[in-house]
Design a protein around this ligand. Structure first.
Ligand SMILES: *[C@@H]1O[C@H](CO)[C@@H](O)[C@H](O)[C@H]1NC(C)=O
Ligand SMILES: *[C@@H]1O[C@H](CO)[C@@H](O)[C@H](O)[C@H]1NC(C)=O
Ligand SMILES: *[C@@H]1O[C@H](CO)[C@@H](O)[C@H](O)[C@H]1NC(C)=O
Ligand SMILES: *[C@@H]1O[C@H](CO)[C@@H](O)[C@H](O)[C@H]1NC(C)=O
Ligand SMILES: *[C@@H]1O[C@H](CO)[C@@H](O)[C@H](O)[C@H]1NC(C)=O
Ligand SMILES: *[C@@H]1O[C@H](CO)[C@@H](O)[C@H](O)[C@H]1NC(C)=O
Ligand SMILES: *[C@@H]1O[C@H](CO)[C@@H](O)[C@H](O)[C@H]1NC(C)=O
Ligand SMILES: *[C@@H]1O[C@H](CO)[C@@H](O)[C@H](O)[C@H]1NC(C)=O
Length: 667
């Protein structure tokens, strides 16, 4: 019993020795290959025989020895191997140097050289029969010293690099047609090496990865390997690089002695790195930073754009303004409407600011936008409340205020667009009459009716406070419309008008207004009187002349005093007017300019006189005298000049531009 066990134990090494090698690797992640040189296994299981290093070798061997004979003098068994490889060169047409399947007496091939020696031999041992090295080379460089046929061939090497047999790479398709293959094409290809120990024949077959093993081998060579392959040998791969960076990959490998090597499973093979890795890295090293730079700069630009846009279209909107929502315009819309407040859209520059023409982006409605600058927020709330109230005024002789917009330091008022502009440009500085008498009378009646509406026709009394030709706008049918309520003050019916600072335009200011600072309906009537004379005479209330200024009302009065009131009419009208109407208008102008506010008619009466509903009172009966008129005016002028030079306390009504308009007189 004991001896039996001993006998079995002593037999064990013999049995192990006789075991026939048979392995398959679909990827090398778990393989225990013996690597040297620059060979390595990547994290995804690729056997990378050479990395991107020049003039180096790489070897990978199956770790255990393989028994090829049953005795040192015996003949070599049949064996078979299959492997998938790929070569990734730096350049499409240039590579170095290839892969060799080797059977060698040792793991690794000590003393071997890189480049054309393929990591197998060196110049002293190349071709020496004592090497006992068998190889199947996939050579990508034509080395003339070893009689290479070309730079893309498969060869059988026996102890040296001078191939015993070789042929260009390719395969015989099933029809027998030969198809070239390019070893350095980056593509995965499969190689089968079969040695028939009976027939002493080596068959080498090559095919693309997706093609079944061809029936006809690429290379078939009769050779008894018994003198080359010793009893115990190692199998593996050798590769080398020259001066061109090349990666040599083996993706899978199977080997078997005395039988056909197991088929590889293409689906289980590890993935190769992307084709054109070098170019990708170029894209990565140069393109990516450029792209990042581009993206970042685009981002910065768009942020700057957004911020600038936000700043450009920034508005001031306070809580109390929420109620005025419908009257609130977006600055952006106004900006677009006026094409960015271009000079070409400028309609005019008034005492308060510039007026631009515009077309609202959505409704295509024509508008006029007045930009009024303001510094303080003080009084703003009251002012906005007022303009909203005014915005509710609707009369055919009043320019509609559509709404407003507020920005930092600026208020924008949006009005109906009046295509024919302001009246004063028709009256002054024109060589010929551009408005005939009929049209002028219609404007006068229209303004009178609009003013009556302000004074009596609405829920609140609205005092316009700045009636003059330049504030009368003409619509498409040349109807006069009262515009520019910048100075208007609202009073609730029945309450005492508050005393405010004097505002208005010199020549239109009633004497008691400059004295008391109170704007009333009567002061509006006074201004309307000055306006009547302005339209009828075609002259400004005060004309600067040497040696003395011409005070229009005084001059008309003197004409009347001479019994020739019609001489005061605008000479440009010639004979084209109705005498009775002209006389009526001139006389009404004088009556409205009465220095005693109580003697002035109301707007209702004015309209009745104009329509001829009631006869006008006689001027004489009203105690109108030249002295009274002149005095009244003079007084007003002096008062103003002395007492109200530049008052600036209230946001709008007293802005310096108003003061300027006081002193420039009649404009
Ligand atoms: C190639 O492999 C060698 C040895 O493993 C290593 O020293 C070298 O850095 C590798 N080169 C590259 C480019 O990966
Ligand atoms: C791997 O192979 C080496 C010899 O190359 C051997 O010493 C080692 O034990 C092997 N390891 C495994 C896990 O097979
Ligand atoms: C093997 O061959 C050598 C000479 O080639 C010879 O000397 C030796 O006896 C042989 N051994 C066997 C076991 O045949
Ligand atoms: C060539 O290789 C052999 C081993 O195969 C080694 O003994 C020898 O030193 C090498 N010669 C040179 C010049 O490297
Ligand atoms: C072959 O190599 C052996 C030693 O490795 C050497 O003695 C012999 O001269 C070499 N033969 C030739 C032809 O170089
Ligand atoms: C195949 O390669 C050979 C030699 O490299 C060449 O002469 C032949 O034209 C090639 N055939 C095709 C179809 O590319
Ligand atoms: C070797 O060739 C012989 C004759 O053609 C054949 O019978 C045998 O199966 C082949 N052996 C192998 C391992 O292919
Ligand atoms: C190979 O075998 C031969 C004879 O069988 C022997 O002389 C030689 O030393 C062996 N070579 C190696 C490298 O084992």
């Amino acid at each position: 019993m004991f001896f039996k066990i001993l006998a079995v134990l002593s037999l064990l090494p013999v049995l192990a020795y006789a075991q026939e090698t048979n392995f398959v690797y679909n990827g090398f992640r778990s393989a225990n290959l013996s690597l040297d040189g620059i060979a390595g296994v990547t994290s995804n299981g690729l056997l990378k025989l050479t990395n991107d290093t020049k003039q180096r070798t790489g070897h990978a061997f199956y770790p255990d020895p393989v028994q090829f004979k049953n005795s040192p003098n015996g003949s070599v068994y049949s064996f078979s191997t299959a492997f998938v490889f790929a070569i990734h060169p730096q350049y499409a047409t240039l590579s170095g140097h290839g892969i060799v399947f080797v059977i060698a007496p040792q793991r690794g091939l000590p003393g071997s050289l890189a480049s054309q020696y393929l990591g197998m031999f060196n110049e002293t041992d190349n071709g020496n029969s004592t090497n006992h090295v068998f190889g199947v080379e996939l050579d990508t460089i034509q080395s003339k010293e070893f009689n290479d046929i070309d730079d893309n061939h498969v060869g059988i090497d026996l102890n040296g690099l001078r191939s015993a047999n070789s042929t260009p790479a390719g395969y015989y398709a099933d029809g027998g047609e030969f198809k070239n293959l390019t070893l350095i094409s980056h593509k995965e290809m499969q190689v089968w090496v079969d040695y028939n120990g009976t027939e002493k024949r080596i068959d080498v077959t090559l095919a693309p990865i997706n093609v079944q093993k061809p029936q006809t081998p690429l290379l078939s060579h009769r050779q008894d390997l018994s003198s080359i392959i010793n009893q115990s040998m190692y199998v593996g791969f050798s590769s080398s690089t020259g001066s061109v960076l090349t990666s040599h990959y083996v993706l899978g490998w199977s080997f078997r002695v005395n039988g056909e090597a197991q088929a590889l499973a293409p689906s289980q093979l590890p993935k190769l790195p992307r084709i054109g890795k070098k170019e990708t890295s170029k894209v990565l090293t140069i393109g990516l930073p450029l792209m990042v730079l581009f993206v970042v700069s685009m981002l910065i630009l768009s942020v700057v754009y957004v911020i600038r846009r936000k700043r450009k279209f920034a508005e001031v909107l306070e809580e109390w303004e929420r109620d005025y929502g419908p009257h609130r315009f977006k600055f952006k819309d106004l900006y677009i409407a006026t094409k960015g407040f271009r000079d070409q859209e400028l309609l005019g520059t008034g005492g308060f600011g510039r007026v631009y023409r515009g077309i609202l982006p959505t409704s295509r409605m024509e508008i006029a936008v007045k930009r009024v600058s303001h510094e303080s927020r003080q009084g703003m709330r009251e002012f906005v409340a007022e303009i909203i109230s005014i915005g509710r005024l609707r009369h055919r002789n009043i320019v509609s205020l559509l709404g407003y917009c507020r920005r930092k330091g600026e208020l924008l008022l949006v009005y109906d667009y009046m295509p024919n502009g302001s009246l004063d440009k028709y009256l002054h500085n024109q060589p010929k009459a551009t408005l005939n008498w009929k049209q002028r009378l219609r404007v006068i009646k229209g303004v009178a009716s609009g003013l009556l509406y302000l004074h009596e026709g609405w829920e609140q009394v609205v005092i316009h406070r700045d009636i003059k030709a330049s504030n009368i706008l003409l619509d498409a049918e040349l109807n006069g419309r009262l515009g520019d309520f910048g100075l208007a003050r609202l009073y609730d019916h029945g309450t005492d008008p508050q005393t405010t600072h004097v505002v208005g335009t010199l020549g239109y200011l009633a004497p008691e207004h400059t004295r008391t600072g109170k704007a009333t309906r009567n002061t509006d009537v006074y201004a309307f009187g000055a306006f009547l004379l302005e339209v009828a005479c075609g002259r400004r209330p005060i004309e600067r002349r040497d040696p003395e200024d011409v005070i229009l009302v005084d001059w008309v009065f003197s004409c009347w005093n001479r019994g020739a009131i019609l001489e005061a009419r605008d000479p440009r009208l010639g004979a084209e007017f109705v005498e009775e109407e002209m006389e009526l208008v001139l006389k009404l102008g004088l009556i409205c300019s009465h220095s005693d506010p109580l003697m002035r008619p109301s707007m209702r009466q004015v309209l009745q006189y104009l329509e001829g509903d009631i006869p006008m009172p006689e001027l004489l009966s009203m105690g109108l005298s030249s002295g009274g008129l002149t005095f009244a005016h003079r007084e007003g002028f002096d008062d103003l000049a002395m007492s109200y030079p530049t008052s600036t306390s209230k946001a709008f009504t007293n802005s310096s531009s108003v003061a300027e308009s006081h002193l420039s007189g009649g404009r």
